[in-house]
Write a protein that binds this ligand. Structure first.
Ligand code: F6P
Length: 545
């Protein structure tokens, strides 16, 4: 951490003391214009960040922190294609994949846009061909089902977006996602499908990932068993940076959709990995999704710090994580189509910012990425909101809500009312006096009311951001996803970490490889620690492994 960042953080620490004894209720009472002052609107996308433990001075100090950490400098370096993922010597250019302006973007001195556009054009032709029936299975039957086989970013991103855009499917194929190496996942998926009408997408940046290659092998055998070897070319396509391995799998060149090492796995839905989305909703909708991402990129690239949605969100993230010490953050979409949004953001945020050393290799002196979690409202209200309201941890939360639903508009009012009620309750809470008065007014005896009231107190003062949009259309899904990507970028920049590598997933992978011979009974478990050896012995004794 540079001295300038440490000093800016110290000023924020001192500033936090000014909130002692201050409740958000007071902030709202003292300033009738608090919503106008602390909300930002870009077209129909509104971010209300008035329900936070923050004043104008807080944001000024946070902006100083962003400047001290040179967030704008790192942002410029990312858009310029500099290898800011320095542990892997790579540019970080998911923004190029959705660069609808088509202005040149360079990686290692080469404009990447011609290749990006070439793959996009091939994806469009393939997706539209499958959707129209012009590209059929080996026996000439129309493709009715697509199975995307991938894991991590090669699964979560496309699965989340496909679900988010379900109302845009039209007469396109049903798209399924298989990720887990647990055979139950592909087994149960294949059980519902017909090989003659099924297309598999093998989605893997590296084309070496154990889970994906194992499931792809199972799918291949299933197709070959029913339709013969020659059918593989008609029932598979591959999405990868590893074109050599695609050919070895038997997938023809014209069904290989490439991307580049400057696309991080958790950002790859914008690349050929998004082909399952394009098959699900069509090329125009997929490109509208890209356009939404691009619109957010342009906003992030050009808006001043305190008028910049991802910057505001990132600064609030740092404020709560580092200055208040809150360990988790909840993502609560009041939008059933965003059911997988939190799961995707979990990878985006925790794989990016779950780092313990800073860019110079020394241990981080501040906390870094929080635990990210969530489920859609209103379901969560009946599950874990109890802890958000009355638990001993404070959990900053993002609420997302559309002004207009896709279906059954008469139910939407209930959804909106619940969303707004929750953020109001979290902000205001309920005092002991209010709880007592309510019980007495309901006719309870004073003794009993005094006994019960403490249980009915809500501390309130719990921070939330509300993100509201007109409708969850492809453009908006693109904007929302890019908003969170850049938020994670801003936080990582302030923490001084490399948000773009993921070495933390390696050790488990290496050990799984070394354990495989033991599990297969070909090596002695005694060379491992007693817990591992004992578990292996137990599983051997009780099953077929
Ligand atoms: O879990 C690590 C990771 O590399 C993720 O970053 C990535 O999204 C996932 O594995 C899948 O990797 P691949 O696309 O190469 O199969």
């Amino acid at each position: 951490m540079t001295d300038a960042v440490a000093e800016a953080l110290a000023r924020l620490e001192a500033h936090r003391a000014t909130f002692d004894g201050v409740h958000m209720r007071d902030l709202f009472k003292a300033d009738k214009d608090r919503f106008a002052r602390f909300s930002l609107k870009v077209d129909d996308l509104l971010i209300d960040y008035s329900k936070h433990r923050a004043t104008r001075e807080t944001f000024d100090l946070l902006a100083d922190l962003a400047r001290a950490a040179d967030v704008e400098g790192l942002r410029a370096r990312m858009f310029a294609g500099e290898p800011i993922n320095f542990t892997e010597h790579r540019s970080v250019l998911h923004v190029a994949l959705r660069n609808r302006s088509n202005r040149p973007i360079y990686s290692a001195g080469k404009d990447v846009m011609p290749e990006v556009n070439e793959v996009l054009a091939r994806m469009r032709a393939f997706a539209e061909g499958v959707r129209s029936g012009a590209i059929a299975g080996a026996t000439g039957k129309r493709i009715t089902d697509v199975v995307n086989i991938g894991i991590g970013g090669s699964d979560l991103g496309p699965a989340m977006v496909t679900l988010a855009l379900a109302p845009y499917r039209g007469d396109g194929p049903a798209v399924h996602y298989v990720s887990n190496v647990d055979g139950a996942h592909i087994h149960d998926t294949l059980a519902t499908l017909d090989p003659e009408t099924t297309l598999f997408l093998v989605a893997s940046k590296t084309f070496t990932t154990l889970e994906t290659m194992t499931n792809a092998g199972t799918a291949r055998a299933w197709v070959v068993d029913k339709l013969g070897d020659a059918a593989v070319g008609s029932h598979f396509a591959a999405l990868s940076t590893n074109l050599t391995k695609i050919a070895a799998f038997g997938i023809p060149e014209d069904r290989a959709f490439g991307f580049w090492d400057w696309v991080g796995g958790r950002y790859s839905v914008w690349s050929a990995i998004g082909l399952s989305v394009e098959l699900a909703v069509g090329a125009d909708n997929f490109e509208a999704f890209l356009a939404g991402g691009h619109a957010m990129d342009e906003h992030f690239r050009t808006a001043p710090l305190l008028e910049n949605l991802p910057v505001i969100q990132g600064l609030l993230g740092v404020w709560y994580r580092n200055v208040w010490g809150f360990p988790t953050k909840a993502i609560l979409p009041y939008d059933q189509h965003l059911s997988r949004f939190a799961a995707h953001l979990q990878q985006l945020d925790m794989e990016s910012n779950g780092k313990r050393v800073t860019r110079d290799g020394t241990p981080a002196k501040t906390a870094t990425g929080p635990v990210v979690w969530g489920e859609p409202g209103t379901n969560g209200q009946h599950a874990f909101y109890q802890l958000i309201h009355q638990g001993t941890d404070v959990i900053p939360a993002d609420f997302l809500i559309a002004a207009e639903p896709h279906q059954l508009p008469h139910q939407h009012g209930y959804l909106v009312a619940n969303c707004l009620a929750q953020t109001k309750a979290l902000m205001e809470g309920r005092t002991l006096e209010e709880a007592t008065a309510q019980l007495l007014a309901a006719g309870m005896a004073p003794d009993e009311a005094a006994r019960l009231a403490p249980h009915k107190v809500f501390p309130g003062n719990r921070p939330t951001t509300t993100i509201a949009y007109a409708k969850l259309d492809p453009f908006t899904v693109g904007r929302l996803l890019a908003l969170y990507e850049h938020t994670v970028f801003v936080e990582g920049a302030i923490w001084g970490i490399n948000s773009f590598d993921q070495w933390g997933v390696e050790l488990g992978k290496e050990l799984a490889l070394s354990l495989q011979p033991v599990i297969d009974g070909k090596a002695d478990p005694a060379t491992f620690d007693s817990s591992t050896a004992g578990l292996v012995a137990h599983l051997h004794a009780n099953g077929s492994v």
